[in-house]
Design a protein around this ligand. Structure first.
Ligand SMILES: [Zn+2]
Ligand SMILES: [Zn+2]
Length: 129
């Protein structure tokens, strides 16, 4: 599952070099959050919550694309709402291991959640009923 939240654009050589050095080509911050994996490629999101530049990178950074900006739900610490097996925002589909810092509550305790994307899904479900 690869999320795209914006225009897809191949990275320049300079941008790929920055990514390889663990540095965000947009804001210069160091460090990325790992997003969903799709086949051999992986989504990475700038660790800086103000920037949230999103990239899809292939093995050994041989290919890399800009894919817009990451959704806020990827940024810990957030309390997500669990519905069935998964967080309502679907920031991860891995039910066993969650990225560090993320927490969860049952839908009956949704008032304790603070993930904006989970809360938006919950509001939309309320409207449909
Ligand atoms: Zn950045
Ligand atoms: Zn969430």
């Amino acid at each position: 599952m690869i999320e795209r939240n914006g225009e897809t654009m191949a990275c320049t050589v300079e941008e790929r070099a920055a990514l390889m050095a663990n540095r965000c080509p947009s804001c210069g911050n160091y460090g990325f959050i790992e997003g969903p994996r799709g086949g051999a490629s992986l989504n990475v999101y700038c660790f800086n919550p103000e920037c949230r530049a999103a990239f899809n990178v292939g093995p050994a950074f041989a290919v890399a694309q800009r894919i817009g900006r990451a959704r806020l739900c990827h940024y810990p610490p957030l309390v997500h709402i669990i519905q069935g097996m998964y967080p309502m925002c679907r920031f991860t589909m891995n039910t066993v291991e969650w990225p560090l810092g993320h927490r969860r509550v049952a839908i009956s305790h949704a008032r304790n959640a603070d993930c904006p994307d989970c809360l938006a899904v919950l509001r939309n479900q309320g409207k449909r009923k």
